[in-house]
Design a protein around this ligand. Structure first.
Ligand SMILES: *Cc1c(COP(=O)(O)O)cnc(C)c1O
Length: 372
């Protein structure tokens, strides 16, 4: 069986190093907010080319606390693609703000600048205050940041990057997370940089944001443990941080491997009547997911399963069509491209330990399906 993702293979690959780090951490007697978290934060900030990183409990909290640090809350409109993990939208609600769904560009599958502009214009006519854009770098592909930054600047909006699927991706040579006001990351096990439990991180270049985030993640405390604001408990623990420090050292190599596998998929699938992902110019895609588009994707998924290949769908429903959300928010703009894409997407197995021969075998199966 070829799994869709395989965090345990990532563990097996670095087992010795990881177990040494876990043992060192357990022996240290420091389990929460100690030296491992501090070092990981320094190393991750350097990697992302920003001044500060703050470890938190998961990626959803990273977005919520990022928004709260920016002062986004009640009565504020936050613009996001609906084609994303529900977490992006749940975090907006948790911050007390209102999500405004925006359509995607069918090539990059990221937020469409035109649709964004239209949504901002329409929202200005309502009682909500346009405050922030969430740029989700979906599947490992950076958004069109120049245009999004221009729209943010012209409309006085904050920009938060949801980098949960794009650790290490580049846009015009710049790391994702370093271009907006805040970058939010998840370290869920299957992400490009993942630990063996829940974990998240927030990056920023702004020291005021950093101070606020440090307080927000722990009861609003200042260094004298006096609560200065309404905080939460959202901490990255020492064991996960120790593991992440090891995984971070291999992230470039792992992303390189993902790109090599993506290239192989594209070579082997070329000429078939399915649409392949296309890295946008001036970006370095990190292929968190390798997503093809084809009608009858459910049948293709079943066919692959019979041949012991597990594909998946990200996501079966865009957020605005999910039960809780569909009646709650009226979308300001057409989400036609989002709804069209949702019906045709299929995520093929993609993880750094996947073998080239396995990719070939998967592609042969897909070829056989089209020729059956
Ligand atoms: C995984 C993910 C999140 C949420 O991360 P959790 O750690 O599961 O809370 C947010 N946004 C996107 C785009 C994701 O893929």
């Amino acid at each position: 069986m070829i799994p869709f993702a395989s965090p345990e293979r990532g563990y097996q690959k670095h087992k010795k190093e990881i177990l040494v780090a876990v043992e060192r951490t357990l022996d240290s007697g420091k389990y929460i907010l100690g030296p491992e978290v501090e070092r990981f934060e320094e190393e991750f900030a350097r990697y992302c080319d920003v001044s500060y990183a703050v470890g938190v409990a998961n990626g959803t909290d990273a977005i919520e606390l990022g928004l709260r640090a920016l002062g986004v809350g009640q009565n504020d409109a936050v613009f996001s693609a609906s084609h994303t993990a529900v977490a992006s939208i749940a975090a907006i609600e948790r911050a007390g703000a209102t999500p405004i769904f925006v359509d995607i560009d069918p090539e990059s599958r990221c937020i469409s600048p035109e649709s964004l502009e239209e949504a901002v214009k329409i929202t200005k006519l309502t009682s909500l205050v346009p405050r922030c854009i969430i740029a989700v770098h979906i599947y490992g592909q950076p958004c069109d940041m120049d245009r999004i930054k221009t729209i943010a600047g012209e409309n006085n909006l904050f920009l938060l990057e949801d980098c949960a699927q794009s650790h290490g991706a580049l846009y015009k040579g710049r790391r994702v997370g370093s271009m907006g006001d805040i970058g939010a990351f998840s370290f869920y096990p299957t992400k490009n940089l993942g630990c063996f439990g829940d974990g998240g991180g927030i990056v920023t270049k702004d020291n005021i944001m950093f101070d606020k985030l440090i307080q927000l993640r722990q009861y609003g405390w200042d260094h004298k443990r006096d609560s200065q604001l309404s905080g939460v408990n959202s901490r990255l623990d020492e064991i996960q941080a120790a593991i992440l420090r090891i995984k971070l050292a291999y992230l470039e190599q792992d992303n390189q491997q993902r790109r090599a596998l993506a290239t192989r998929y594209m070579d082997q699938l070329s000429g078939l009547p399915c649409k392949l992902p296309k890295a946008q110019p001036n970006t370095e895609h990190v292929y968190h997911l390798f997503v093809i588009e084809t009608d009858k994707r459910d049948q293709l998924g079943d066919f692959l399963k019979d041949r012991e290949v597990l594909a998946s769908i990200h996501y079966p429903l865009p957020v605005h069509m999910q039960t809780f959300y569909q009646n709650k928010y009226k979308s300001a703009v057409s989400l036609q491209q989002t709804e069209k894409l949702t019906k045709n997407i299929l995520s093929l197995p993609m993880f750094p330990e996947l073998e080239i021969q396995q990719v070939d075998m998967i592609c042969e199966s897909i070829r056989a399906w089209y020729q059956r």
